[in-house]
Write a protein that binds this ligand. Structure first.
Ligand SMILES: Cc1cc2nc3c(=O)[nH]c(=O)nc-3n(C[C@H](O)[C@H](O)[C@H](O)COP(=O)(O)O)c2cc1C
Length: 548
C-alpha cells in the first residue's frame, strides 16, 4: 500500500458509526494512565517568571497588525509567551481528585502535545544557545541541548524557534485508534494558542512548512531513541519561527507569514551539540495500537523546497475582503476583555444551557475572524465550515456553509445536495462567503451526529469542519493529512477564544459519526470529509473549576 492508501485506510478505519465506534479499549485502564506532564531527568530546569498583573492588550487588538508594541526577547517575555500559550490555567476538583486545565485544550484533557523552543544565549536562561522542553507543571524550561553560537548565527536575525511534538500513547490510552487524529487537532489548537501569545507580545509566527519531520526530530532531540521508552516516543509535528525585535516591529503591519529560510547545516549543527536528560516514564505498561504507528509512518513529511502558497495573492482568504472586522461590528474596547482574560478563562463547556442566543453581528464577526485566520496558513485554506445554527438572533435556524476558499464554492455546491438554497443570509456582509443551505431545527440532528452529545444541540450554533480531503492528499502527499487536522484545530482554538470574548463558551467535539455527517450534507465520496466538530453557546457553570 502506498502512503496515501495507508492513511486513507487509517481514516476509514477510525470513523465512528452509530453502531460501531472506532477501536479502543472501551474502558479506562486506570493502572496504566499516562502522566500528562513529561520531565527529563538530567536536564536542568529554569523556572520562568509568572505575570503579577494583567497588562495585556485588549483582546481585539491582538488581531490588528501593528497595534501592539514589540517586546524584546527576555526571560520575562519568554515566561509570558509560554504562560499565554501552553501553561496551566486552572484546576478542577471532584471529591479528592484534582486535575490541571491548560491554556490550550486537549481531547479528554490528556495533552499529547509537548512544546519545545530553541533560544539564543540569554540572560537568566543560559550563556549559549540551547534546545528547551517546556514543562507546564513547573512553568519552566528544561535544557535538553546546547550548541555553539556559530550554529545559532546561521538563523536569520530576530527569530527564535518553537517546536511541537505528540505523545500518541497519551491519547491512545483512552481513545485507541482514533487517537492519532486527536493528537493532530490538539497540535492545531496549540499552534493557534502560540500564535495568539506571540501577537500579545507584538511578535508574529510563521509555520516552517518546508522543513521535513526528520529535521524537526533532530533539532528537538526526538530521534534520540535511547532517551525515550518504547510507546512513549514523541512524533515530530511542526516547527514555528517566532519573529521578535526591531526588524519585526518595522514590518509588522505588512507581515505576510512567509517563512524564513533555515540553512540545512543549522539542523545538523544543533543535532551535533551536547544533549542532556532522559524522558521519565509516563505509564507502568502500555496497550499497543499498531495502526497508530502505521498512520505516523505514512504521514512523515520529507523536506520540501517550495512553500505551498500560490503566488497569486487572490487565492485564499483575504482579510481585506472582511471589512466588518475593523468596522461597525468591532467590540467596544471599554467593555471588551483583555487578551489575558479571554485566554485564561477559555474553558470547554461541559454542558450548554439550551437557551442562550448569539447576536447576528457577533456571529458574522466570529466567522470573519475565521476567514482572516486562513491567511496565516502556509497553504490555501482547505477547511470549510458547515454551521448548524440553533439560536442566532434573527437568523432562521438551519444549515449554513462558510466557504473559506472562494474558488471551492462550485466544488462544494456540486458535492452537496441539489436542493440546498446557497443564498446569502439577511444583511450578511457581502464579503463574508456564508451561505444559507436549508431551514430547520437541527438541534436533535446535531446532537445525534455528535455521538449523541447534548452540547451539539444546546448551543447557539455548532459546526462541522469540512476538509478538501482527497485533492489535498493527491496534490501534496499523505503527510498533508496531519495539516488538515491542524487547520481544524486552529479554527477550533479561535472559536474557543471568540466565544469567550462575547461571554459565551465553546467545546471541541472530536466524537461524531463521520459518514452520517457526510450523508446529511450529500457527500458521496471522499472529495470532502468532516474532520472536527465544535459547539458555541451559553455554558452551564461547572462548579469543579477553581483558579488556585
Ligand atoms: C480535539 C478535541 C476534541 C474534543 N472532543 C470532545 C467531545 O467529543 N466531547 C466533549 O464533551 N468534549 C470534547 N472536548 C473537550 C475536552 O474534553 C476539553 O478540552 C478537555 O477536557 C480540557 O478542558 P478545557 O478545554 O476546559 O481546558 C474536545 C477537545 C478537543 C481539543
Amino acid at each position: 500500500m502506498n502512503d496515501i492508501a495507508t492513511i486513507t485506510h487509517y481514516h476509514e478505519a477510525t470513523k465512528h458509526h452509530p453502531r460501531r465506534q472506532a477501536r479502543s479499549l472501551g474502558y479506562m485502564d486506570w493502572a496504566t494512565q499516562p502522566d500528562p506532564f513529561r520531565r527529563f531527568t538530567g536536564a536542568q530546569l529554569t523556572t520562568l517568571p509568572v505575570q503579577e498583573t494583567d497588562d495585556s492588550p485588549p483582546y481585539e487588538d491582538v488581531f490588528m497588525p501593528g497595534k501592539i508594541p514589540t517586546h524584546g526577547l527576555t526571560l520575562a517575555s519568554i515566561g509570558r509567551f509560554f504562560e499565554c500559550s501552553l501553561a496551566i490555567s486552572a484546576w478542577k476538583r471532584a471529591g479528592d481528585s484534582r486535575w490541571a486545565l491548560r491554556i490550550n485544550p486537549s481531547s479528554g484533557n490528556l495533552h499529547p502535545t509537548e512544546g519545545y523552543c530553541l533560544l539564543p544565549a540569554m540572560a537568566g536562561i543560559h550563556d549559549s544557545p540551547g534546545v528547551y522542553h517546556y514543562a507546564p507543571r513547573e512553568h519552566g524550561l528544561e535544557r535538553r541541548g546546547e550548541f555553539p553560537q556559530a550554529v545559532w548565527d546561521k538563523l536569520p536575525p530576530d527569530i527564535f524557534l518553537v517546536g511541537l511534538s505528540s505523545i500518541a500513547w497519551r491519547e491512545a490510552w483512552k481513545y485507541g485508534e482514533r487517537a492519532f487524529r486527536y493528537c493532530q487537532h490538539d497540535c492545531g489548537h496549540a499552534y493557534m494558542a502560540i500564535d495568539v501569545a506571540a501577537r500579545m507580545l507584538g511578535w508574529r509566527v510563521a509555520l516552517l512548512d518546508t522543513v521535513g519531520d526528520e529535521e524537526i526530530a533532530a533539532i528537538l532531540g526526538l530521534d534520540r531513541a535511547d532517551e525515550f521508552r518504547a510507546n512513549e516516543e514523541e512524533i515530530p509535528e511542526l516547527l514555528i519561527a517566532v519573529y521578535f525585535g526591531a526588524a519585526q516591529s518595522a514590518t509588522q503591519a505588512e507581515f505576510d507569514n512567509r517563512a524564513p529560510a533555515i540553512p540545512e547545516d543549522f539542523f545538523q549543527g544543533v543535532a551535533d551539540g551536547a544533549w542532556f536528560g532522559k524522558a521519565d516514564p509516563l505509564s507502568r505498561a502500555h496497550h499497543d495500537w499498531p495502526l497508530i504507528h502505521t498512520a505516523d509512518r505514512a504521514t512523515r513529511k520529507p523536506g520540501t523546497i517550495e512553500t505551498l502558497l500560490p503566488d497569486d495573492p487572490g487565492v485564499g482568504a483575504d482579510p481585506r475582503t472582511c471589512p466588518d472586522l475593523h468596522g461597525d461590528h468591532q467590540v467596544d474596547h471599554e467593555q471588551g476583555f483583555s487578551a489575558w482574560q479571554v485566554i485564561k478563562k477559555r474553558r470547554s463547556a461541559v454542558s450548554m444551557d439550551g437557551t442562550t442566543s448569539l447576536d447576528r453581528q457577533s456571529f458574522y464577526r466570529m466567522l470573519s475572524r475565521i476567514m482572516e485566520s486562513g491567511k496565516n496558513l502556509p497553504w490555501p485554506p482547505k477547511v470549510h465550515i458547515a454551521l448548524f445554527v440553533h439560536r442566532v438572533d434573527a437568523l432562521p435556524p438551519g444549515l449554513y456553509l462558510l466557504v473559506r476558499h472562494s474558488a471551492m464554492q462550485g466544488e462544494l455546491q456540486k458535492a452537496t445536495h441539489d436542493h440546498f438554497h446557497w443564498k446569502k443570509p439577511t444583511d450578511c456582509p457581502t464579503a463574508l462567503p456564508l451561505y444559507f443551505l436549508q431551514e430547520g431545527n437541527l438541534a436533535r440532528i446535531a446532537k445525534t451526529l455528535s455521538c449523541v452529545q447534548d452540547i451539539a444541540g444546546d448551543g447557539a450554533f455548532s459546526a462541522g469542519m469540512i476538509a478538501e480531503f482527497q485533492s489535498s492528499l493527491d496534490t501534496f502527499g499523505a503527510w498533508f493529512y496531519k495539516r488538515l487536522f491542524w487547520e481544524t484545530g486552529m479554527i477550533g482554538q479561535l472559536l474557543y477564544l471568540e466565544a469567550e470574548a462575547v461571554g459565551l463558551s465553546g467545546t471541541g467535539i472530536g466524537c461524531f459519526f463521520d459518514d452520517a455527517v457526510h450523508e446529511l450534507l450529500g457527500f458521496r465520496d471522499r472529495t470532502f470529509q468532516s474532520l472536527y466538530h465544535f459547539t458555541v453557546g451559553g455554558a452551564v457553570l461547572d462548579p469543579r473549576v477553581s483558579l488556585d
